[in-house]
Design a protein around this ligand. Structure first.
Ligand code: PHE
Length: 344
């Protein structure tokens, strides 16, 4: 009995070697491990037969069984490591990677030219003490027209110019709405600009149904046309260059009186007037509308026109950007062609 058990134990190591020689993968190894070391495996069978040995034979077989168990375990372990190393070596050989290759360049985005110009306008006015204010793009007729002294029969209210919503509201046609909203709730001094998106039912080479404006408003005691001229002169010379000249042309807006249109000397031909396609040889470019706040507007917002006065202006950001950056076509701003956008 004892002899046959010892013999069986001796045989296990050789059998394991034979089995390992056949193994192809880690999962084959696990199966082999079960066959030799599992609950009903080869070793367990020998151990269960030990119960039938005599008291002095049992330790002799027991010692041998432990030695064999350890040998089987360490052999299986080293075989497992061998397989894992092989898998790793294969992966390294097939996925080899040249650290001297140049990297893939990271593509940087840039700010849209309109936003760049808008930021510059904001910065210049902030420097002059104007605060940036915002208002809603969906407005009511009161803030877009009525409070700005635009009467019911004014052509600007026509559905051909204004996008009306089913609710009776509308998409604001200018940023002058923000003047009203601020003056309704705050007491002068008010010194603000309002950049934002505006909408008009207009679509052709030089008009987009969505565009951007920057409104300006300065209201306080004793503000007069000289303030308007001074502020806009500083702005224009910083924005277009100190050599730029300005002229104010009398104009009309329902919400300002007197009103003016501001022209700057042509930034392309520098008023040389030699076949300039931009100023059409007039030497001047129209850049914004402005004027002194109409007393009717002050009354609408509950400010006393006897006490307060102020000026307002409104400019188109697309136009300013086209003139500043020499962009010939308005549509380029909205096509998102990277070849165009990357130039700025
Ligand atoms: N809101 C006017 C427009 O959209 C511009 C403007 C603003 C004119 C303020 C005068 C004063 O054309």
């Amino acid at each position: 009995m004892k002899e046959s058990l010892l013999q069986a134990l001796d045989g296990l190591e050789t059998q394991l070697e034979e089995a390992l020689a056949q193994a192809q993968s880690e999962s084959d190894l696990l199966q082999i491990k079960g066959r030799f070391l599992g609950k009903k495996g080869e070793l367990a069978q020998v151990l269960s037969a030990m119960g039938r040995l005599s008291a002095e034979e049992r330790p002799q077989v027991g010692v041998k069984a432990n030695q064999v168990k350890e040998a089987l375990c360490s052999r299986l372990q080293s075989s497992l490591q061998g397989f894992q190393q092989k898998v790793l070596d294969q992966a390294l050989a097939s996925d080899h990677f040249d650290i001297t290759l140049p990297g893939v360049p990271v593509e940087f985005s840039s700010m849209h030219p309109l936003i760049q110009v808008l930021e510059e306008i904001n910065t210049l006015f902030r420097r002059l003490g104007f605060e940036v204010r915002y208002g809603p793009e969906i407005e009511d007729e009161y803030h877009n027209f009525e409070a700005l002294n635009i009467p019911e029969d004014h052509p600007a209210r026509d559905e051909q110019d204004t996008f009306y919503l089913k609710t009776g509201r509308l998409l604001r046609t200018h940023t002058s709405t923000v003047q009203i909203r601020v003056m309704e709730t705050e007491k002068p001094p008010i010194k603000m600009i309002a950049p934002g998106t505006v909408y008009r039912s207009d679509h052709d080479l030089t008009h987009s149904p969505m565009f951007h404006q920057v409104e300006g408003l300065w209201v306080d005691r004793g503000i007069h046309f000289g303030h308007l001229k001074g502020v806009l002169k500083l702005f224009v010379k910083s924005f277009f260059g100190s050599e730029t000249n300005l002229r104010f042309r009398a104009s009309y807006f329902p919400f300002t009186e007197p009103s003016a249109e501001l022209d700057v000397s042509c930034v392309f031909c520098h008023a040389k007037k030699s076949a300039c396609p931009v100023c059409k040889d007039t030497g001047w470019l129209e850049v914004l509308g402005c004027g002194m706040v109409d007393p009717n507007v002050f009354e609408k917002v509950g400010l006393d026109p006897q006490v307060y006065s102020g000026f307002a202006f409104g400019m188109g950001v697309e136009r300013m950007a086209m003139l500043k950056l020499g962009i010939p076509d308005l549509r380029l701003f909205f096509e998102n062609d990277l070849r165009f956008l990357k130039q700025f």
